[in-house]
Design a protein around this ligand. Structure first.
Ligand SMILES: Cc1cc2nc3c(=O)[nH]c(=O)nc-3n(C[C@H](O)[C@H](O)[C@H](O)COP(=O)(O)OP(=O)(O)OC[C@H]3O[C@@H](n4cnc5c(N)ncnc54)[C@H](O)[C@@H]3O)c2cc1C
Length: 437
């Protein structure tokens, strides 16, 4: 029998477990470990609550977890409850699928002022991540700025713009829904250092902004390159840019009280304010021939009592694991970090790509493990999960099983059907209680 530990139960962790099961079948036991008491990583706590169809991928992961040879252990924190050395002692191979949950800092003066929030925290707040349930972002001002030109920036701008009715059918948590319903924000400026051709926004997500009840997306026609230049773009990007052209061409709609303003060629220099964010000092940029943005020296100010930065994420270091401070992830050779230690997903590649991008990672690493330990070879006699269970018990650490999670999920669904706010289940203790722990 081979024993494998996969740390992190987001897409990368589940695809890795799936790939290992495909290769080893009944000749392996996999422990899928997560610091949270619930599985699925950013599927539950990142993907927008009003994009339910995307979250349906968790049904595929559920099948893996219910496979007899894969065990979910929630509420177990690698680096706090157990070390990598200990896992390598108990398991034949250890795969880090810990994602990239830390916000990259803006790194400009004023970025620590109240009102400046990273997207991991903001998105975690409206998705009920236990670490961010108490965030209480300031929604009392009229102006918000969202920094970044990717899909996360679009998610944040859309969530800030929607009316309460437009969250029907979503799984947004109650505390966020209530706060957003009382929000005073009327202008959301989406700020990007480069131009429309350089956005990392997919057409479907961008197109959605054109169909909001209360908000109108606005683009300065002067920011758009000549239409002929779109021919050089790949088809997806061309569609996205076409949405921007449509937004620029559409007239103002006085019936819609909110505005989403795209401010291209704009580099944030400082967040200014007495005791909290009040405005953003911005420098106009131009594109250099190599595609990078260069400041022109021309500056202006954008009012902002809320600043959400969507400029990327980093993987936290874990004691005993090599770490690249600059890249914010584990350095690796095709997924291998050290002997019998691997990384997949965002912990391996950094925070790019869609859910499906993580799948090949899992399969590649599973093949590397199989090259080291052929599926028909004898096991090394390691203690595997039994050893880990003993260790965790001795430390008073009480893992949450997949069956507990299923009870948590059932309780959540029942509460939602009864019309109760979902916020009741965002706190770890409450989740555990709902799981009958
Ligand atoms: C706001 C947002 C919206 C997105 N929307 C979409 C979308 O609509 N469509 C799409 O295709 N992609 C979307 N993505 C991208 C997608 O979510 C990622 O590609 C994917 O989740 C990365 O998978 P992962 O397994 O590497 O990391 P994660 O999903 O982050 O999973 C990592 C897991 O590891 C656990 N963990 C971390 N540290 C430890 C530790 N020390 N010990 C134990 N467990 C630990 C975490 O709790 C977590 O469960 C979105 C991403 C973000 C940030």
């Amino acid at each position: 029998m081979r024993h494998f530990a996969v740390i992190g139960s987001g897409p990368a962790g589940f695809y890795t477990a799936e790939a290992l099961l495909k290769i080893y079948g009944e000749r392996c036991l996999i422990d899928l470990i997560d610091r949270l008491p619930v599985p699925y990583g950013l599927i539950r706590f990142g993907v927008a609550p009003d994009h339910q169809s995307i979250k349906a991928v968790s049904k595929r992961y559920e099948k893996v977890a219910l496979e007899g040879h894969c065990r979910f252990l929630g509420n177990v924190h690698l680096g706090a409850d157990v070390s990598v050395e200990e896992l390598l002692h108990y398991y034949d191979a250890v795969v880090l699928a810990t994602g990239a949950p830390n916000d990259r800092l803006l790194g400009i003066p004023g970025d620590q002022l109240p009102g400046v929030i990273g997207s991991a925290a903001f998105v975690g707040w409206y998705n009920g991540h236990p670490d961010f349930a108490d965030l209480a972002p300031p929604l009392d001002g009229r102006d918000a700025v969202v920094i970044g030109n990717g899909n996360v920036a679009l998610d944040v701008a859309r969530i800030l713009s929607k009316s309460p009715q437009e969250f029907g059918g979503s799984d947004i948590v109650g505390h966020a829904l209530d706060a957003l319903a009382g929000s005073a924000i009327r202008t959301i400026t989406v700020l990007g250092r480069r131009g429309p051709h350089q956005i990392a926004m997919t057409p479907k997500e961008l197109g959605e902004l054109g169909h909001l009840n209360d908000a109108l997306p606005m683009v300065e026609a002067a920011d758009l390159p000549p239409a002929e230049a779109d021919a050089l773009l790949d088809p997806g990007q061309r569609k996205s840019v076409q949405h921007l052209r449509d937004f620029a061409a559409a007239g103002a709609d006085a019936a819609k009280p909110k505005r989403i303003l795209f401010d291209f060629f704009a580099k944030p220099l400082a967040v200014e304010g007495e005791e909290r964010a009040e405005q953003l000092l911005v420098e106009r940029t131009v594109l250099d021939p190599d595609g990078s943005a260069r400041g022109t020296g021309e500056t202006y100010r954008v009012p902002a009592s809320l600043v959400v930065s969507c400029i990327g994420y980093a993987t936290p270091a874990i004691p005993g694991v090599p770490y690249d401070e600059h890249l914010g992830r584990f350095p690796n050779q095709n997924g291998q970090v050290a002997e019998r230690l691997y990384a997949v997903g965002w912990a391996r590649r950094g925070p790019t790509g869609t859910i499906g991008t993580n799948r090949p990672d899992g399969f590649e690493v599973a093949e590397q493990i199989a090259a080291l330990f052929p599926a028909d070879s004898e096991g090394a006699g390691r203690a595997g999960g039994e050893g880990l269970d003993r260790l965790l018990r001795s430390r008073g650490c009480d893992p949450v099983a997949f069956a507990d999670w299923q009870m948590i999920e059932a309780a959540e669904i029942a509460a939602a059907r009864a019309g109760a706010p979902r916020e009741k289940l965002v706190r770890v203790e409450e989740m555990l209680r709902a799981g009958g722990h």
